[in-house]
Design a binder for this molecule. Structure first.
Ligand SMILES: Nc1ncnc2c1ncn2[C@@H]1O[C@H](COP(=O)(O)OP(=O)(O)OP(=O)(O)O)[C@@H](O)[C@H]1O
Ligand SMILES: [Mg+2]
Length: 199
C-alpha cells in the first residue's frame, strides 16, 4: 500500500536517500525515526508524489487525497479558508458529502475554532486541523510528518489515538516522528540511517 524500492535521491549533489526500501500494509501503523536532516521529509515527499526519485520506485506516488492523504511538516493549511473549510476540502474536491468534520474537530479539542482562519489560532491548533484534514476522507494511505511536533501531552494522546484508529480501520499509515508516544502505538518502528531504512 505504501512502498519504496531502491529509492535514491540527491539534492545539489548531496546524496540523502541511498537505496531506501520499505513497505507498509493496509491496517499497519509504522513509525520512521532518524536525526534531523536524515531525509524523513524527503522520503515522505517521494512517497506521496510531491517529488520524484532519481532512481527506484515508490507508491502510491501522485494520487487522489482519498488514496493517499498527507499531513506535511509545514502543515499546508489554506490561509484563506477557515479551519472547518480546510478540513472539509478533501471531501468537497472529491464531490463527497461533507460529513464528520465537526466530530473530528471535537475529538482533537478544537471544536470551538472551526470558524477561525489558520492565522487566528495557535500552531498546535493548526496542526490538529491539518490532522483532521488528512483523515477526513478515510484515505487508503496516510503519510504524517511529525504530527505531534507542536502538541501538548493531552493533545498528542488524542492525535495518536486517532492515527491508530485510522490504521485499525484499514489504512496504511506511515509517520515520521521523534516522539515515544507515537512509537508506542506503532506495529513497527523504522529508522533512517545513512540514507537507508533499518528496522
Ligand atoms: N528540495 C530540497 N532541496 C535541497 N535540499 C533538500 C531539499 N529537500 C531536502 N533537502 C536536504 O535533504 C536533507 C534531508 O532533509 P529532510 O527535510 O528530509 O530531513 P528530516 O529528516 O525530515 O529532518 P527534520 O527531522 O529536521 O524534519 C537535508 O540536508 C536537506 O537540506
Ligand atoms: Mg522533516
Amino acid at each position: 500500500m505504501i512502498r519504496a524500492a531502491g529509492v535514491h535521491r540527491s539534492f545539489d549533489g548531496v546524496s540523502v536517500l541511498r537505496g531506501v526500501d520499505l513497505a507498509v500494509s493496509a491496517g499497519e501503523l509504522v513509525t520512521l525515526s532518524g536525526p534531523s536532516g536524515s531525509g524523513k521529509t524527503a522520503l515522505l515527499s517521494l512517497l506521496c508524489g510531491f517529488d520524484s526519485p532519481d532512481s527506484g520506485t515508490v507508491s502510491p506516488g501522485l494520487a487522489s487525497w482519498s488514496d493517499c492523504a498527507v499531513l506535511p511538516q509545514s502543515l499546508g493549511l489554506a490561509s484563506e479558508l477557515t479551519l472547518e473549510e480546510n478540513v472539509a476540502l478533501p471531501l468537497r474536491l472529491a464531490g463527497r458529502a461533507v460529513d464528520g468534520v465537526s466530530g473530528l474537530l471535537a475529538e482533537l479539542g478544537i471544536d470551538g475554532l472551526g470558524a477561525r482562519y489558520p492565522g487566528q489560532v495557535s500552531f498546535g491548533q493548526q496542526q490538529r486541523a491539518a490532522l483532521a484534514r488528512a483523515v477526513v476522507a478515510r484515505p487508503a494511505a496516510l503519510l504524517a510528518d511529525e504530527p505531534t511536533a507542536h502538541l501538548d501531552a493531552a493533545s498528542a494522546v488524542a492525535a495518536v489515538g486517532l492515527l491508530r484508529r485510522v490504521a485499525d480501520e484499514g489504512a496504511a499509515v506511515l509517520i515520521a516522528t521523534h516522539h515515544d508516544a507515537v512509537h508506542a502505538v506503532a506495529d513497527r518502528v523504522l529508522e533512517l540511517v545513512d540514507g537507508q531504512v533499518q528496522g
